[in-house]
Design a protein around this ligand. Structure first.
Ligand code: PEP
Ligand code: MG
Length: 757
């Protein structure tokens, strides 16, 4: 343990009770040093040191005078006063006792590290920063790669002055903080060699949706500042905390990296060959996630963490941790689902932040001085925002920026403000026209800007005291992009995740085409990720994943599909479902599906998956499919496999299917089509397509009876209970075990079931 003084405290002597003494950042570093996570050695100056500096050298009364009656919206006046204050502080000399303490601690650190003049990072730690609900990232200075005593002293003084940047002054005015109640300490730590490896940020939840069971890591080469500032497109890794399995890896561009140079830093180009590699190994991703979980457990709330990989030591270090302020601070019991009700001309794409939709008149601002042009409800379009822009961002109905990633200032602040934003569009200020009406859709992973003010709806579901039901209510959900935001719905899992949805939205190519091109890994990887995200969102509840059920005409629409698919007269009753999996012409593609499922179970550890076979015409076919699955790494005895009950043969021979499969799920769409002989796509026959027809309701009764005799559960995953009033009542009377519905009617269905039970 190092020697503490009135002005300097060693990190390991600090804990959460020291926020007033050394600021939030240093106190948190102290807490981290006490946990089982690696922290770089160092010390912190104290708030007393700062006060002492102001009294002795800064002439506090003069500063007070400069800040009197300030109007933070009067930018010109603010800039002028801010500059004067900073000038005074930078020019002031360091009181001798303070200088002595600082230099003494620096020498002690040098001794510890066994080097002279070690390079350190000097980070501002304000006493009112990093508190829940009041964090705007990056307000005060961080000075990297500082070596030598006089450089250290200068860096500390620069940090002090940074408490009086224009934006910091304005922020305190607006939040109602007294300028001298906030004090500044400096965390001084050994510089890790991230310049030789990588660094980044992580959140112990999904910052977009608030889903808590994941850690989201962003990683880039070199020092982490570029990620924090949103200047670089980082790799992104999503780890499922309960199993520490990797759910998703997205390769970022990582075009530039910040490195050490000449007692400071420089930004350099990353060679193409390095850009196409992930910055972290899977093992490093998992290690980082275990650190994140420890930190989250200790602070007992979602956290926002900076980390680095030291290229010399090949070790990971935690550099900073603070409460995540968007979801951590609110108790969210309302699920708001935005839905675009109209199509429009797509103008731009980018990274979507939040899950909302906004529309309004475009205001392209090149400079903050133009801020008055943006009226309440306009859409802010600009190159990039920084904290100075917050007042403008607050007035906007949506934000579109050219630069920035998911953790850039624009992104963090937009989330905090609840304003939908699309960042990283690259060319928004050129492509959009000032004054035009646009709609900004952030409901998908890719944010899209449409021309015109399109109609959208907001569906609010209030959670809270939703009753328990003995009949399970499950979701129909095939879109992995929506899984995390729906994870809070009080359902018992997912009753139908259609693989086709994942293939269309995240792959787009026919699996056999990808095999032919030697790109089968693309297919397996994307399918694995899609399935894993849905399974993770509802873990440990069951998630029923249905094997692919494209019809030939649908497969033909995938890239390269025409080469592999026959042109059928009746695709609805053609080569679909089970019949494909054991067919020589499709087996290879089916192997990829099995591979994805196997990896989700084995590599990610999601054992809550039930596999479901669609369109299985005969028991013999069912057996064949199970054999092929076994051959492809999905052994029958280790897995629950259901069959869809959607053909009359499934009903008539239910007792035989029951001997082969572990359960049934009624596909009322196909069952109605095939029992009544009504094409489900025909508008002309729509009135004859009736799930309430006696032929259907009797089939369902009969299936449930037969299945239950064989102790097999029966659910339903067709659309009937989501769309037909009274169907849920019929199903309960018939003795169904679970009902799957679309997300928009989930809570309503739970309430209905509870009432009927
Ligand atoms: C059904 O047939 O009811 C069903 C759920 O499957 P799909 O709609 O995908 O054919
Ligand atoms: Mg079907």
């Amino acid at each position: 343990m190092g020697t503490d003084t009135e002005y300097v405290r060693w990190l390991e002597s600090l804990d959460s009770t020291d926020v007033a003494a050394v600021g939030g950042k240093s106190a948190n570093l102290g807490v981290l040093a006490g946990l089982d996570v690696p922290v770089l050695p160092g010390f912190s100056t104290t708030a007393t040191a700062y006060d002492h500096f102001l009294e002795e050298s800064g002439d506090r009364s003069k500063l007070e005078e400069l800040l009197r009656d300030l109007d933070p919206e009067d930018i010109a006046d603010l800039q002028q006063r801010g500059a004067q204050i900073r000038h005074r502080l930078r020019d002031a000399s360091m009181p001798p006792e303070l200088e002595e303490s600082l230099v003494g601690a620096y020498e002690e650190l040098a001794d510890r590290l066994g080097v002279t003049e070690p390079a350190v990072a000097v980070r501002s730690s304000a006493t009112a920063e990093d508190l829940p609900t009041a964090s705007f990232a990056g307000q005060q200075e961080t000075i990297l790669n500082v070596s030598g005593e006089s450089e250290l002293i200068e860096a500390v003084r620069d940090c002090y002055a940074s408490l009086f940047t224009d934006r910091a002054i304005a922020y305190r005015e607006r939040q109602g903080f007294n300028h001298f109640d906030v004090k500044l300490a400096c965390a001084v730590q050994k510089m890790g060699r991230a310049d030789l490896a990588s660094s980044g940020v992580l959140f112990t939840l999904d910052p977009d949706t608030g889903f808590e069971n994941v850690t989201v890591i962003e990683a880039t080469y070199g020092l982490g500042e570029l990620v924090v500032q949103g200047e670089v497109d980082p790799d992104r890794y999503v780890v499922f905390e309960p199993t520490n399995g990797i759910l998703e890896k997205t390769l970022g561009e990582k075009a530039r990296r910040m490195v050490r140079r000449d007692g400071g830093t420089a930004v350099e180009r990353v060679p193409t060959e390095e850009r196409t590699r992930y910055t972290l190994s899977d093992e490093q991703i998992r290690t980082l996630s275990t650190y994140a979980t420890q930190i989250e457990d200790h602070f007992d709330r979602p956290m926002d963490v900076e980390w680095l990989l030291d290229g010399e030591l090949e070790e990971l270090f935690i550099v900073q941790a603070r409460p995540e302020t968007v979801h951590g601070a609110t108790d969210e019991n309302v699920v708001r689902t935005y839905r675009l009700e109209e199509c429009g001309e797509e103008l731009l794409e980018g990274v979507s932040i939040g899950n909302a939709i906004g529309a309004g008149r475009t205001r392209i601002l090149d400079d903050l001085r133009e801020m008055d042009r943006l009226a309440e409800g306009d859409v802010l379009v600009t190159e990039m925002t920084d904290p100075d822009w917050v007042p403008v961002m607050k007035r906007a109905s949506a934000i579109v920026t050219e630069r920035g990633g998911k953790t850039s200032h624009a992104a963090i602040v937009s989330r905090e403000l609840g304003v939908p934003a699309i960042v990283g569009t690259d060319r928004a200020t050129k492509e959009l026209r000032d004054g035009d009406e646009i709609t900004v859709d952030c409901t998908r992973e890719t944010g899209r800007v449409y021309g015109g003010r399109l109609d959208f709806t907001i569906d609010e579901q209030t959670l809270g005291d939703v009753p328990e039901t003995s009949t399970d209510v499950l979701l129909i959900l095939g879109d992995p992009d929506q899984a995390f935001s729906l994870a809070n719905l009080p359902v018992d899992g997912v009753g139908l995740a259609r693989e086709e949805f994942i293939v269309t939205s995240h792959i787009g190519s026919h699996p056999l085409e990808l095999i032919a091109r030697g790109e089968e890994e693309t297919f397996v990887d994307a399918l694995q990720t899609g399935i894993a995200k849905i399974a993770a969102a509802f873990y440990p509840n069951r998630v029923i994943v249905r094997l692919s059920d494209f019809k030939t005409n649908e497969y033909r629409n995938l890239e390269g599909g025409w080469k592999y698919e026959p042109d059928e007269d009746n695709p609805m009753i053609g080569w679909r479902g089970a019949a494909r999996y054991y067919d020589e012409d499709f087996r290879d593609a089916f192997r990829l599906e099995c591979d994805a499922l196997r990896r989700v179970r084995e590599d990610v550890g999601l054992d809550n998956i039930i596999v479901m076979v669609p369109f299985c015409r005969t028991p013999a076919e069912g057996k064949q499919v199970l054999e092929v699955m076994d051959e492809f790494g999905l052994p029958r005895d280790e897995l629950n496999v259901y069959v869809m009950a959607e053909l009359p043969s499934n009903i008539v021979l239910a007792d035989r299917f029951a001997k082969i499969f572990d359960g049934f799920s009624i596909g009322s769409n196909d069952l109605t089509q095939l029992t009544l002989g009504v094409d489900r796509n025909s508008e002309r026959l729509a009135s004859l397509f009736d799930e309430n027809d006696d032929a259907i309701t009797r089939s369902i009764h009969s299936l449930i009876e037969d299945a239950h005799r064989h102790e097999r559960p029966v659910g339903i995953c067709g659309d009937a209970p989501s769309t037909i009033p009274g169907y849920t009542e019929f199903l309960l009377e018939a003795g169904i075990d679970s009902i799957s519905v679309s997300p928009d009617v989930a809570v309503e269905t739970i309430l209905t079931v509870a009432e009927l039970e």
